[in-house]
Design a protein around this ligand. Structure first.
Ligand code: S3P
Length: 159
């Protein structure tokens, strides 16, 4: 199963809890990129730009594309053609964790580990640009503006 959604939607936490409940490993792609590159995310963006990060993210996704696990993706994965296509071709459910922009922005605005979080307007533009892609790619949309337990139970029920 793949979890997609904007920054701050809780993909990593939900993946972990879901993994415990379904007895499957939970993989956080950001963590994998950091592990595989030996650099943290701001450093990758600084050294290689967003395009370098997207290539690394794709390579990490590819590694888990056939594994039986819960994968929490980074919020921008849907903007990179090869990653989008790979997600589309994978024969596992893709779940979109949705929340409104203001809720997400409040959660992420102080986070220095997310290089794409700049002004409110810039982040809003990303949100608007990505919303349609999340919805097009996902098999299910889950409202993530509630407790992690409720989200996990909801996903568990529909599987
Ligand atoms: C990004 C989201 C981040 C991380 C990187 C880029 C994005 O992951 O991959 O900072 O473009 O939205 P989270 O969605 O886990 O914050």
């Amino acid at each position: 199963m793949i979890l997609i959604g904007f920054m701050g939607s809780g993909k990593s936490t939900v993946a972990r809890r879901l993994g415990e409940r379904m007895q499957l490993p939970a993989i956080d792609l950001d963590d994998e990129v950091v592990r595989m590159s030996g650099m943290d995310i701001p450093k990758i963006f600084k050294a290689e730009g967003e395009s370098g990060f997207r290539e690394r993210e794709y390579a990490a996704l590819k590694q888990f594309s056939e594994a039986e696990c819960i994968v929490a993706t980074g919020g921008g994965i849907v903007t990179y053609g090869p990653s989008y296509s790979l997600l589309q071709d994978m024969e596992v459910p893709v779940i979109y964790l949705h929340a409104d922009f203001d809720t997400l922005y409040t959660r992420i605005k102080e986070d220095s580990n997310r290089p794409l979080v700049k002004s409110r307007e810039q982040v809003k533009a990303l949100y608007k640009e990505r919303l349609g892609r999340y919805r097009k790619l996902a098999n299910q949309e889950i409202d993530c503006n509630r407790s992690v337990e409720q989200i996990v139970s909801n996903i568990f029920e529909i599987q």
